[in-house]
Write a protein that binds this ligand. Structure first.
Ligand code: URP
Ligand code: ZN
Ligand code: ZN
Ligand code: ZN
Length: 486
């Protein structure tokens, strides 16, 4: 069975050209002119781009005394409607602390539900022999990246020595360490200080997590990664201070990656200062939205290449769940939505404004993610032999984002009222159309697959070689030239 995506403009991270795309089964068979097949998909007037890959989601995540409301089923459907064909979700260890069991638990939850493909990152929330050993199991199970929380003191936070040990283990295994960069000790002190001063509302969330606290942690994580000899991926970069640390490290040749969120590029901290408590609480996430001035820095990072990918950190808690922090902002479950909106908002605010080229848009939403996470060009590319994860991206469909028309289970949308100027006309996952514009039926739950990601990316191998060649070594000396002791 073959399909041809006909008369579109193929747009990849490198180039843009008129071509048809022939799909055989689940893979791209040929790219060229006047191709024929059993079925045709109309791409006239549209771009044909690699399916979006969201490198950062939290579906059904147990967190802060509750569980994120977005399910693997609703999340992957929302993703498909928004042009995202793969997401990478964060596994958290359960009570037994086992990494292997956590991955199996994520499989148990996700496998029957997913409509599109997924991968996992694993969270490292402490350090002991079992974790050291099971990180190898995780890599063998296709999980090649490990997130470390420098915040959430008393819960998920790890200390510097634990992070260093884990980063060293990542280096041995060829895996990629990731960090949530915020100084959790300072956040904890500031939270207590503002609560004591009577600031109990969501504005306290912003005040207690200043940008400097993120910048400090980013610098510290970079230092630890350099000492351990490993690349590093900094998740949800929200501010100039963290971006500056990444920029400086990259200029020195360090392999540091930075991930701004679509929320941080387009929403700002004034959301926390509204009179409507619920409006502000719905936007509580960590790090928080920043002063508007930080947005220019993040856009510049995407333009210059110092920041590589745009994610969502989709962690969807309902209004009722947000009410857990009614009297204390520290208890508002942290997280916001964006899985369905990421591509359309980035296109509208990025490409339509001239900040990004269409090719840079593809790089940030798909190709760079696949490269960094070591699944390129199976994912993130339009090339013969790649998985046929393809979006027919229509730059002429406009829409007003709203809770009323989204596919998330959330009862609100942080992008409510945004006018976007592009949408997915068709989303194909491994050759199957799982979304067509205007469609109401959901793709088959369980048709999605877990995508194992191999260790030892080319960047990790190159850095290991460089560190090995430049590692400290004993200077051989003629014993005759060493002065005798007294
Ligand atoms: O507020 C956020 N970001 N919630 C999800 C957990 C995390 O820190 O990524
Ligand atoms: Zn500490
Ligand atoms: Zn985080
Ligand atoms: Zn997150």
């Amino acid at each position: 069975m073959t399909k041809v995506i006909k008369n579109g403009t193929v747009c990849t991270a490198d180039r843009t050209w008129k071509a048809d795309v022939l799909i055989e089964g689940e893979t791209i068979k040929q790219i060229g002119e006047n191709l024929t097949g059993d079925e045709y998909i109309d791409a006239e007037g549209a771009y044909v781009i690699p399916g979006g890959i969201d490198p950062h989601t939290h579906l059904e995540m147990p967190f802060m005394g509750t569980t994120a409301a977005e399910t693997f089923e609703s999340g992957t459907w929302a993703a498909a409607a928004g042009g995202t064909t793969m997401l990478v979700d964060f596994c958290l260890p359960g009570e037994d602390g086992s990494i292997k069991n956590a991955i199996n638990e994520w499989h148990r939850k996700s496998a029957p539900q997913i409509c599109a493909d997924i991968g996992y990152h694993m969270a490292i929330t402490g350090w002991n022999e079992q974790i050291h050993a099971e990180m190898k199991d995780a890599v063998d199970m296709g999980v090649n990246s490990f997130k470390h929380f420098m915040a959430y003191k008393g819960a998920l936070m790890v200390e510097d020595d634990e992070m260093f040990a884990s980063f060293q283990r990542c280096k041995e295994l060829g895996a990629l360490p990731m960090v949530h960069a915020e100084n959790g000790d300072i956040v904890d002190i500031l939270q207590k200080k503002y609560l004591a001063e009577g600031i109990t509302g969501p504005e306290g969330h912003a005040y207690s997590r200043p940008a400097e606290v993120e910048g400090e942690a980013a610098n510290r994580a970079i230092t630890i990664a350099d000492a351990a000899g490993t690349p590093l991926y900094i998740v949800h970069v929200s501010c100039e201070q963290a971006h500056e640390a990444i920029r400086r490290a990259r200029q020195k040749g360090m392999r540091i990656y930075g991930e701004p969120l679509i929320q941080f590029l387009t929403l700002d901290e004034s959301e926390y200062f509204k009179g409507d408590w619920m409006h502000s609480a719905r936007r509580v996430m960590s790090p928080p939205f920043r002063d508007k001035s930080h947005q220019a820095s993040l856009w510049a990072g995407l333009q210059s290449g110092s920041l590589q990918v745009v994610a969502t950190d989709h962690a969807a808690f309902t209004s009722e769940q947000k009410l857990m922090g009614k009297d204390n902002f520290c208890l508002i479950p942290n997280g916001s939505n964006g899985l369905e909106e990421r591509l359309a908002v980035l296109w509208t605010e990025g490409v339509e404004t001239g900040r990004l080229t269409p090719n840079e848009f593809v790089a940030a939403t798909s190709s760079n993610v696949a490269k960094i996470l070591n699944i390129y060009p199976k994912k993130g590319a339009i090339v013969e032999g790649a998985d046929a994860d393809i979006v027919v991206w229509d730059p002429k469909i406009s829409k007003t984002i709203s809770q009323a028309n989204h596919h998330s289970v959330l009862d609100y949308n942080v992008f409510e009222g945004f006018e976007v100027t592009a949408q997915s006309r068709y989303t194909l996952s491994r050759g199957e159309v799982i979304w067509a514009w205007g469609q109401n039926s959901q793709p088959q739950p369980g048709r999605g697959r877990f995508v194992p990601r191999p260790a030892f990316s080319s960047a990790s191998k190159a850095l290991s070689k460089w560190k090995e060649l430049n590692s400290p070594r004993t200077i051989k000396r003629d014993p005759m030239n060493i002065p005798a002791g007294i």
